[in-house]
Design a protein around this ligand. Structure first.
Ligand SMILES: [Ca+2]
Length: 450
């Protein structure tokens, strides 16, 4: 009888049974863009950028309106996403990693990949790493089985601040631990990350996997590949976002094709707000004030979409506060992985928010804002946000754009939040864990200037 069944049906039922048996270990795909603003998706209100695949993710999952990254710039934000900790707790709060830097996230830290691997997950990172690029600090030293991409920002093939004046720097393109290309064609970065991620998913279709896809784009300088360049009414920035949208569509289609959709959590978010000084080449934070590098909402509040069929209600909107630090503890719960017990984490399990449970409230009782260079900037508690430098107080639910400083009307709130911010920051400072410094080079990104 079995032989009479069409092979495709047989294979599909086998695949389905296999998926069923590991429903307690869903696959996880996290797409993390670079410098994309809160307002840069159609489903977050952009009038001319067309993002049908991301909009579909929102329509089939949950869109969050008060989701924060833990820093307004790349490296600290990435450290927080992968460790569930404030950047300062892991000493990654002092700006970004430049090519000449010799430190990175400590390998004693437990990343999401480290956490999922003992549960049988295959783990891959496809795109921009930016948590240290010396040997011992790369993705494969931090729990990832596979890495493909540029390990720092795509604008770093040039002199940066505090440079060693004799040298310029080059962009490495890496596969696992080796540089396979210098100065890759940046028009192809989005496509190459997508293709590598899909190949990884295909390869590991029969075991649980964690695919982390931190695209190099839309960080400047902007590049889009041939089918996208020159097509968006928004200009090159729109082309780049629409290629990222295409990328998400490809990933979703691959999951569908492999019959993995029902057992895969797909997440889309951005590492910080838009880089506004670049004007047309920078994105938009929509109705929010400020952008990358600032502690206005536009610097740290970013789009967040999560799709997980049968668990996250289709078309839901979650207005409760959550943060990138919640990813690790939430995935621990969902994937049945053990949370590290020997250290403090700052994130919370927000699965009830993802599931849209009616009474679910944010477990984030307070959220600290840190500056570009790591100094304490402010705190949010409930709807109130205090920015410390000028004692500005905003009620974010009345005033998401931070137009109306109401500090004078609420001196008691200002005082309480000043104390709260100082106390919380003092605890983190006292217990901060170190970064790791590596003097050896795996590759030398320097070239002698003429
Ligand atoms: Ca960034």
């Amino acid at each position: 009888m079995l032989l009479a069944l069409p092979i495709a049906v047989l294979l599909a039922s086998l695949a389905s049974a296999q998926q069923q048996s590991r429903a307690d270990r869903p696959n996880v795909v996290v797409v993390f863009t670079d410098d994309q603003g809160y307002g840069d998706l159609s489903c977050y209100g952009h009038p001319t950028i067309h993002t049908p695949n991301l909009d579909r993710l929102a329509a089939e999952g949950c869109k969050m309106t008060q989701f924060y990254v833990a820093a307004p710039l790349c490296s600290p934000s990435r450290a927080a996403l992968l460790t569930g900790c404030y950047p300062k707790r892991v000493s990654m709060h002092k700006h970004v990693i430049f090519p000449q830097y010799d430190y990175g996230l400590h390998t004693d830290e437990v990343t999401i990949a480290d956490m999922l691997r003992p549960r049988g997950y295959a783990t891959g990172c496809f795109g921009k790493w930016h948590l240290g690029h010396r040997p011992g600090l790369l993705p494969r030293d931090q729990g990832f089985d596979r890495y493909v991409g540029v390990p720092y920002s795509n604008d770093m093939a040039q002199i940066h601040r505090k440079p060693d004046n004799k040298y310029a720097y080059r962009l490495p393109f890496m596969v696992d631990d080796e540089v396979v290309e210098w100065e890759p064609d940046q028009r192809l970065l989005t496509r190459r990350a997508t293709e590598a991620a899909i190949a990884f998913i295909e390869e590991h279709r029969d075991q649980p996997f964690f695919a982390y896809i931190p695209h190099s784009m839309p960080h400047i300088p902007l590049y889009a590949s041939e089918p996208f360049a020159g097509t968006s009414p928004r200009g090159l920035y729109g082309d780049v976002i629409e290629e990222i949208d295409w990328s998400v569509g490809q990933l979703v289609a691959a999951l569908d094709r492999l019959k993995l959709t029902d057992n895969t959590v797909v997440i889309f978010t951005s590492d910080n707000g838009p880089w506004l000084p670049f004007k047309r080449d920078g994105g938009s934070a929509g109705l929010l004030r400020g952008g990358k590098g600032t502690n206005w909402e536009g610097g740290q509040r970013v789009p967040f979409l999560v799709k997980w069929p049968g668990h996250v209600p289709a078309g839901s909107v979650q207005r409760e506060v959550s943060t990138a630090m919640d990813l690790l503890p939430t995935l621990a719960g969902i994937c049945g992985a053990a949370l590290p017990q020997d250290r403090v984490l700052d994130g919370h399990d927000v699965a009830p928010l993802w599931r849209g449970e009616p009474a679910a409230k944010s477990p984030t009782r307070h959220f600290l804002y840190y500056k570009n260079q790591g100094g304490l900037a402010g705190v949010r508690r409930g709807p109130w946000k205090l920015l410390l430098d000028k004692s500005e107080l905003y009620h974010l639910e009345h005033d998401p754009r931070e137009n109306w400083n109401v500090a004078k009307q609420h001196p008691d709130v200002v005082q309480a939040l000043q104390q709260l911010a100082a106390d919380l920051d003092a605890e983190i400072t006292a217990n901060a864990r170190p970064t790791r410094t590596v003097t050896a080079l795996r590759f030398d990104p320097r070239v002698q200037k003429r």
